[in-house]
Design a protein around this ligand. Sequence first.
Ligand SMILES: [Zn+2]
Length: 188
Amino acid sequence: MTDRKAEPRDPRPLIGEPLSLDLLNTRWAGTPVNDLLGEPDGYRTWLSSAGLAGRCEAGEAGLAAVREAREALAAAVRDLDEHGAAGTAATAGLNAVLRHGRLRRELGPQGPAEHVEVDWPEWLAAWLAVDDFLGLLEQGAHRIKKCAHEACILHFFDTSQNGRRRWCSMAVCGNRAKAARHYEKVKA
Ligand SMILES: [Zn+2]
């Protein structure tokens, strides 16, 4: 797994989700929608926040690649939510990113090792994010969730024992929903 360190310049409301969902969470609610990947500096911040700064260069080509990966991931997560599986278009989008790289296994001096190889270096972050998504699908697609608050567009991987996590953050969206319910009751 990637080595995550707190990135003080990261303005996002939710960080620390698995890499694929962390990439989706570079967009968050606002008018207009906030987008950390709206410009190269934000991309640099995301790489640092995701623990990839040492492995990926923060250039325009890499930014275009992760934006493409994010589109494919967003489509796949939407399909999962609505139909329980990624549709044809989303699957093609994810596979198009995956075709830029592969895992190479070898026996090294410290034992078995795995290396990611990509055709062009700018595809590394995008490839890692989509590869991470495949790992989440293997662990349980039903645990990939969108925050239940209707105005929130954040995603998380539900690792709670009973699988009942509903909010990106109880402190923010959970309480907003509770307050809204209370208001409805008082009004009624
Ligand atoms: Zn939320």
